[in-house]
Design a protein around this ligand. Structure first.
Ligand code: KIV
Length: 273
């Protein structure tokens, strides 16, 4: 007997087929509960390595490990049914060789059940992307600002704001597309360049701080909910949940101290004889 869900999950080929069509909606999630909410509204759930900063309070994504990504990727798969779940390959898990990239990507696919992986880098990753795609690993690429390179680039600043930078970013985007990536995240890139890249490549571009012309958009869930203390310029806060959570925790603390929580409705009386 096979264990099949009634809901058909979107696949990497489904997302590829959306090039130039209805915008692809993507958000990050790292937990089963938020995944269930995001799944209702989004086509793609990204288990981003931003979890290092958001969940663990790290300064950068560099210390994130493959085990951390697999644990949260598995949780997101359990919480979702329909969206394509894409799990980020963390820094150090794929750059050494195409073989290393394949082995670790295969671990992510096997141990989480997700439908694709994402990795950062353009031209330098093209050979590994082709190697993985030929062997059954769907790859979402990530160009423009690549936060895992923070120690060599020095800051999280927007890319391509000088025309002299465009050729490099265009070459990166074309390289990952030609290598077989099914989509590409374009992060913090000057709007006219992101628009041009979207017109140039035959795969969907997913913008974050890029352009409304991109084939889809992605944001970090906690950033758009107003839970992150500092956010980049490209984040729109769709909610401000921080004060609401603060108020709820303060009420709980006050009621525990006053012994008004738990009330009779929250406790178990003895069974009637
Ligand atoms: O790690 C992440 O959340 C990401 C998105 C910001 C694209 O890579």
């Amino acid at each position: 007997m096979s264990v099949q869900s009634d809901v058909r999950r979107l696949t990497a080929p489904d997302i590829l087929a959306r090039k130039g069509g209805e915008p692809i909606v993507c958000l990050t999630s790292y937990h089963a509960h938020t995944a269930a909410v995001v799944d209702k509204h989004c086509d793609v759930i990204l288990v981003g390595d931003s979890l290092g900063m958001v969940m663990h309070g790290l300064e950068t994504t560099v210390p994130v490990t493959l085990d951390m990504m697999i644990l949260q990727g598995h949780a997101v798969m359990r919480g979702s049914q329909r969206a394509l779940v894409v799990v980020d390959m963390p820094f150090g898990s794929y750059e050494v060789s195409k073989e290393q990239a394949f082995m670790n990507a295969a671990r992510v696919l096997k141990e989480t059940g997700c439908g694709a992986i994402k990795l950062e880098g353009g031209t330098r990753m093209a050979e590994s992307i082709a190697f993985m795609v030929e062997r059954g690993v769907p790859v979402m690429a990530h160009v423009g600002l690549t936060p895992q390179s923070i120690n060599t680039i020095g800051s999280f600043r927007a890319q391509g704001r000088e025309e002299s930078d465009w050729a490099r970013i265009e070459a990166d985007t074309l390289a990952v597309s030609e290598a077989g990536a099914f989509s590409v995240v374009i992060e913090a890139v000057a709007e006219p360049l992101a628009r041009k890249l979207t017109a140039q490549v035959p795969i969907p571009t997913i913008g974050i701080g890029a352009s409304p012309a991109c084939d889809g958009q992605v944001l970090v869930l906690e950033d758009m909910l107003g839970l992150s203390p500092r956010v980049p310029k490209f984040v729109k806060r769709y909610s401000d949940l921080g004060p609401g959570i603060d108020k709820a925790v303060a009420s709980y603390a006050a009621e525990v101290r006053a012994r008004t929580f738990p009330g009779p409705e929250h406790t178990y009386p003895m069974k009637k004889k």
